[in-house]
Write a protein that binds this ligand. Structure first.
Ligand SMILES: [Zn+2]
Length: 223
């Protein structure tokens, strides 16, 4: 197995609506034809291609050295996104590629990084190592933005279960003893406080009911 140290991102330089009535496999076959028939390569140049709807299609096998970035093929994986026609190196990724496509690219890159232990600074655009505009945006800048939004999107998911656990635990404490709960109230958020106060109220009502029943029974015993 060859040593893989970097991921290089490309675009097919096709228009956004190029072959949009065809399937992704037909589109990939067409690119393969350009590379194999027109250029005489052994196989399609890239290892992965990503369609406008985020479909990921394997190109040439990873074990096979790619043909996508002169001087950098030996230790890299080449990924191409469909689109990017007329783009400049400094454009935004979203100027030329769909959100589905970029999300799929990000996911694939992260997966490959984990699989081959590739550092984030080794995920680059073709434009980083050549004078080309390809893929039509700055990959490092785009990746930084994606991981930032990923981190932000994950935050509420992480805090939610912890919050409900706290509420559950506090509720149990209240059920055991309404008195102890009051001391722990101050350190909680409003929702938790309301829930606890509710439980405390129920506990008191229940206590009052039991007392009433006992008094009733006691009074009846005197009759
Ligand atoms: Zn390229």
């Amino acid at each position: 197995m060859r040593q893989i140290r970097q991921i290089i991102v490309h675009c097919t330089a096709t228009r956004p609506d190029w072959w949009d009535k065809k399937t992704i496999n037909e589109q990939v076959k067409e690119v393969e034809k350009w590379h194999v028939v027109d250029r005489g390569w052994k196989a399609i140049g890239y290892h992965y291609l990503i369609g406008r709807n985020g479909e990921v299609v394997q190109g040439r096998p990873i074990e096979m050295i790619g043909s996508h970035a002169r001087g950098h093929n030996k230790d890299s994986i080449g990924i191409a996104l469909f689109g990017g026609f007329g783009s400049d190196a400094d454009d935004l990724a979203t100027d030329h590629f769909t959100p589905l496509q970029l999300a799929a690219a990000y996911e694939l890159i992260r997966k490959l990084q984990g699989q081959y232990n590739i550092k984030s600074e080794r995920v680059i655009g073709h434009n980083r190592i050549s004078s080309k505009a390809c893929p039509g945006f700055r990959v490092q800048k785009w990746l930084a933005g994606m991981s930032l939004s990923e981190a932000t999107a994950k935050k509420p998911e992480r805090t939610k279960p912890t919050q409900s656990k706290t509420v559950k635990a506090s509720a149990a404490t209240v059920a055991a003893s309404a008195g102890t709960a009051v001391t722990s109230l101050s350190g909680m958020n409003e929702t938790s406080q309301y829930i606890i106060l509710g439980f405390a109220g129920l506990t008191i009502l229940f206590g009052v009911y039991i007392m009433r029943e006992r008094i009733k029974a006691w009074a009846e015993g005197w009759k």
